[in-house]
Design a protein around this ligand. Structure first.
Ligand code: HBI
Ligand code: FE
Length: 285
């Protein structure tokens, strides 16, 4: 989310440090919250083998955080050894530049509050289940972990160039809603999908959305919606493709795209490498 300010968000921003980090206060979670976490986890982990990439499923199996809300401290010991990343507790969404700065320093911001039972199926703002269950397992993958740091560094530069909107589309269509082509067929690695009860089967099984091969400039020019299932998913061949795409300096890409009309989320272009053309009627731009 870009441009959110603290006053219209759910978290408690009253006791945060200048870098927006807070204490997780793991002892403060109620049994009801731990039980809700267990229900959310049980639903998603049952679907993971069929729809999530192996890198996610294998790490999930090794981490054992299904019994209740995890303590970031406990996971940080393992995560630090695996890829030298650390989780930092935050009250919720933080300003773009703060977010990028944490990623650029291999710190992943994880929200401390958990959704209500009424939000079991859907929540707009990222809560601890989305941030932790969706994002943390892939931080154990060395190539993906390096990609995320490169994204953070790119974000700081994009902020200076006024290009955050284009760069956040890259994050949206990869880190949050990306698909990956595997010998077993298409799978997802996107946190927004992995933590969603409905979108996890939908992104692979539904005939409605487009599924198009990864193309950096195409993605940075394609708008997205934050409150519906995606109308288009982009497919990488492997994480190396993602990391290599972020190696060059993006300044010339921003220059090439500036002034050009962004694409609607549902469009399919003649230049697209199409895995699946969506059956949904082309919605209004
Ligand atoms: N803050 N805590 C948190 N988590 C996010 O995923 C996040 C954020 N701030 C901004 C943001 N994401 C995106 O808009 C970035 O792409 C800029
Ligand atoms: Fe996220």
């Amino acid at each position: 989310m870009t441009g959110e300010t603290a006053h219209n968000l759910r978290g408690d921003y009253s006791r945060m440090r200048p870098d927006y980090t807070v204490v997780q206060d793991w002892a403060g979670y109620s049994q009801a919250e731990h039980d809700l976490w267990k229900r959310l986890y049980a639903r998603q982990v049952a679907l993971a083998p069929k729809y999530a990439c192996d890198e996610f499923v294998d790490t999930l199996a090794a981490l054992h955080f299904g019994d209740g809300i995890p303590s970031f401290e406990a996971v940080n010991a393992k995560l630090g050894r695996a890829t030298n990343w650390q989780l930092v507790a935050v009250p919720g969404l933080v300003p773009d530049l703060t977010f990028f700065d944490h990623l650029a320093n291999r710190r992943f911001p994880v929200t401390v509050w958990l959704r209500t039972p009424e939000e079991f199926d859907y929540i707009v703002e990222p809560d601890i289940f989305h941030d932790f269950y969706g994002h943390v397992p892939l931080l154990f993958n060395p190539v993906f972990a390096d990609y995320l740091q490169a994204y953070g560094r790119g974000g700081i530069k994009a902020h200076e160039l006024g290009a955050i909107e284009m760069l956040s589309r890259l994050y949206w269509y990869t880190v949050e809603f990306g698909l990956i082509d595997t010998p077993k067929g298409l799978r997802t690695y996107g946190a927004g999908i992995l933590s969603s009860g409905g979108e996890l089967p939908y992104c692979i099984d539904s005939p409605d959305p487009n599924r198009i091969g990864f193309d950096l400039l195409r993605i940075m020019r394609t708008r997205y919606k934050i409150d519906t299932f995606q109308e288009t998913y982009f497919v990488i061949r492997d994480f190396r493709e993602l990391f290599d795409a972020t190696a060059p300096d993006f300044t010339p890409y921003y220059a090439e795209l500036s002034g050009k009309e962004p694409h609607a989320p549902s469009i399919v272009l003649p230049s697209d490498r199409v895995y699946h053309r969506g059956a949904a009627p082309q919605r209004a731009a």
